[in-house]
Every structure is written in structure tokens, then in C-alpha cells.
Design a protein around this ligand. Structure first.
Ligand code: AMP
Length: 401
């Protein structure tokens, strides 16, 4: 990550009656026209209320689903307006497009301090291709651009990158908070640093693993991907989820960790079952005692205790992915126990803990500790690309000015 040298709302100056285009994340889950999880809506409160209170005309720009570049009513952002108005406790209006002269004239007539949602940016084919003609038409609607959507920062789209070049640009409060936390966790962390990388497959997190061995002092590998590493080391993992074909890759990662002085922690005890369902008969065994007809579905209590001891020696923790099949009891035990240790160390002020990725947020919520981590990112793809060490175009665009 390329250091943070973006401007924030502290630098924005006088904005009474100015039209501020704010890129936010309104891509909320919905069922029967009702928002089922409003986390992303709550994230935009600080920026939106601050700008509105300063007398700006706040215009919210976002995508919603995948309408494939054409106006499709099922993907209209109008349906998010009631939930947003309720969460903000303010009136929120709607404009049926996010670009063009007609909308530009309407934005000029909005009252100072008002909040307005613009229609789904992905109704325009030029959004995802960052088309310069679309950027020009979008830029007509605003005088200033604020990006408050870290979760969309891994995409170089018109509303994330194009506008940052077309208008004076600033990071919103949520974006600022997220980038500051991420920088503390991996950009300029206090050592020793531990990373927990769990989840189903090595193949989906190869770049993350390669980046982590270079950056952290302790790499804790859990979940299905630990099985691939164990198998690569000659352990019989029975019927476990395992990518046997990635044995060489796993061994290369272990060798790279050795060279980089990164200690890799693989479980030495595991919880196994013959069937993958809730509460089947289980055994807790040494990794060398897995039978041919058993599956590893969680790491064991001795491993968790050892990992807790590792965390106690660390100053910084980055966590992505569960240690076991946490959605199915009792295979949530290790994830819950280690998450609680991390949360307790964070509360005591001994650990800076940052976690992210869809399943990880669900796992920490399940453990009841999401609020006790220093920072939990709800961005899925952007968080993983950040862990992979990739530059995020939306952030780079803010930094360039
Ligand atoms: P990911 O999306 O890569 O973070 O993977 C998360 C998924 O990995 C969750 O749905 C877990 O249930 C699953 N998982 C974790 N550990 C295991 C395991 N030992 N065997 C099978 N699935 C697992």
C-alpha cells in the first residue's frame, strides 16, 4: 500500500451550497424490498451528516448489483432510499440518473444541506470501463468529489477513479478510518505481527499467503487450506477438503516463509468427523491420527492454546478467514476461541487487531467480538486485494493529487 497522502474532509474548506458527489457503498442485501443488513448504510453516516451540516448539497453515488450497463428497475437505488432516510434520521430524495445535463440542472436547485441518492451508476455501460465521456457527464452533477467507499476501491470505475481525476477529491470519514487502520496493520505495523489466514482453499488466497510470509512474523494457517499444507508435508488428511495438486505450491510458500523469517503455524491437533453436518460424532486427534474415512473440520484445542500464546507475544494482528467450518457446530470452536483471545488482548490495549472479508465478519459476529477488534472491514474483495499487496485504484486516484 502506497502510504496515505490523500486529502480528507478536514481539508475541504467552505462548502455551503456546493454540490458534493459522494461515492458510497449502497450495495446492501435486500429481501422483498427490505434492507436485511444495514451495516454499509451506517458506515456513511459520519461523512453525509458532516457535509450536510456544513450546508453542502450531498449527492450520493453508488452501484447496486449487476445490471450490466442498462437501466433495470430491479436494480434501482430508489428502493434503498427509505432505509437510508431512517438511518440518517433525515429526508433523503432521489434523482433518476447519475449523469447528464438535465440531472446537473436539478442538482443546482437542491436546497443547501439536503441529501439526495442518484440512480445506480452501473445503469451506464461506461461506469465499469471508466469511460471518459461518462465521467464528464457525471462530473457535471458536482463541484467536489468525496470517495467514502473503500469496498469499491479495488475497481477502476468512472465513479471510483474517473471522478477523482475530474473534480477536486477527498477521502470521506469511513474511507479515512479504514485506510488509517489498514496502514497501522500492514503498512507501518508495530512488530511482531501475526496474520490468521483461514478459509476453504489455498487456491483462492495464494497471493494473500505469498504476501503475508513477506510481511508478518507469524503466519497462522487454518481452515480447509491448512489441510493442503498438512498433506504437502506428508500428513494423511483422509476425506478432508484438500487441494492435493497444490502440494508444490504449499511447500514453496513454506520455503519462502523460512527465508523471510516468518514462522508458519499449522495445527497439530484437529477435530475430525465422518460426516459433514451439525453435531455429528467427532474425535479430537493429533494430525497424524486422521483415519482414511474422516474429515478435518476444525483445528483442535491444543493448537488454539498454542496460537493464543503466539498472539500474546504480538502487537498487531491481521485476520482473514475462519479456522474451521464455523457455520456448522461444533466446528466453530477454534475460530470463536481464538477470536475471543484476540478481542481480549485488544481490549487490554496489547494488540491492534484488524479483520476483514465476508466470512470473517460473519465469524467474528458469531463469536460476539466484532466490536472488540480495533477495526473490522466489511469490504470483501477490496480487503483481500489490500492483503495481497495490490494497489487499489480508488485509493491511488485519491493519492495522486
Ligand atoms: P473462504 O471464503 O475462503 O474464507 O472460506 C470460508 C469457508 O471455509 C467457510 O464457509 C468455512 O465453512 C470453510 N471451511 C473452513 N474450514 C474448513 C474445513 N476444515 N473443511 C471444510 N470447509 C472449511
Amino acid at each position: 500500500m502506497s502510504g496515505n497522502n490523500f486529502k480528507t474532509l478536514d481539508d475541504i474548506g467552505e462548502i455551503t451550497s456546493r454540490r458534493v458527489l459522494v461515492r458510497v457503498d449502497l450495495n446492501v442485501p435486500m429481501a422483498d424490498g427490505v434492507v436485511t443488513d444495514d451495516t454499509r448504510l451506517r458506515a456513511l453516516i459520519p461523512t453525509v451528516t458532516e457535509l450536510a451540516d456544513k450546508g453542502a448539497k450531498v449527492l450520493l453515488l453508488a452501484h447496486f448489483g449487476r445490471p450490466k450497463g442498462e437501466p433495470r428497475p430491479a436494480f434501482s437505488l430508489e428502493q434503498v432510499v427509505p432505509a437510508l432516510a431512517r438511518i440518517l434520521g433525515r429526508e433523503v430524495t432521489f434523482l433518476p440518473d447519475s449523469a447528464g445535463q438535465i440531472m446537473a440542472e436539478k442538482t443546482l436547485k437542491l436546497p443547501n444541506g439536503s441529501i439526495c441518492v442518484l440512480e445506480n451508476t452501473r445503469f451506464h455501460p461506461g461506469e465499469e470501463s471508466n469511460d471518459s465521456a461518462l465521467v464528464e457527464q457525471m462530473a457535471k452533477l458536482g463541484d467536489i468529489y468525496v470517495n467514502d467507499a473503500f469496498s469499491a476501491a479495488h475497481r477502476a470505475h468512472a465513479s471510483t477513479v474517473g471522478l477523482a481525476h475530474a473534480l477536486p477529491c477527498y477521502a470521506g470519514r469511513s474511507m479515512e478510518r479504514e485506510l488509517t487502520a489498514l496502514d497501522k496493520a500492514l503498512g507501518n505495523p508495530e512488530h511482531p505481527v501475526a496474520a490468521v489466514v483461514g478459509g476453504a482453499k489455498v487456491s483462492s488466497k495464494l497471493d494473500v499467503l505469498q504476501q503475508m510470509v513477506e510481511k508478518v512474523d507469524h503466519l497462522i494457517i487454518g481452515g480447509g487450506m491448512a489441510n493442503t499444507f498438512l498433506a504437502a508435508r506428508g500428513v494423511n488428511v483422509g476425506k478432508s477438503l484438500c487441494e492435493h495438486e497444490l502440494a508444490d505450491t504449499a511447500n514453496d510458500i513454506l520455503a519462502a516463509a523460512d527465508r523471510a523469517d516468518c514462522t508458519v503455524h499449522l495445527p497439530y491437533d484437529v477435530v475430525v468427523a465422518k460426516e459433514f453436518r451439525a453435531n455429528p460424532p467427532t474425535r479430537t486427534v493429533n494430525v497424524h491420527e486422521v483415519a482414511d474415512d474422516e474429515m478435518i473440520l476444525d483445528i483442535g484445542p491444543a493448537a488454539v492454546e498454542a496460537l493464543s500464546d503466539v498472539l500474546k507475544t504480538c502487537k498487531t494482528l491481521v485476520w482473514n478467514g475462519p479456522l474451521g467450518a464455523f457455520e456448522t457446530p461444533p466446528f466453530d470452536s477454534a475460530t470463536v476461541a481464538l477470536a475471543r483471545t484476540a478481542a481480549a488482548l485488544t481490549k487490554e490495549g496489547q494488540l491492534l487487531s484488524v479483520a476483514g472479508g465476508g466470512d470473517t465478519v460473519a465469524a467474528l459476529n458469531h463469536a460476539g467480538v466484532a466490536d472488540d477488534f480495533s477495526f473490522v472491514s466489511t469490504a470483501g474483495g477490496a480487503f483481500l486485494e489490500w492483503m495481497e499487496g495490490k494497489p487499489l485504484p480508488g485509493v491511488e486516484a485519491l493519492n495522486q493529487k
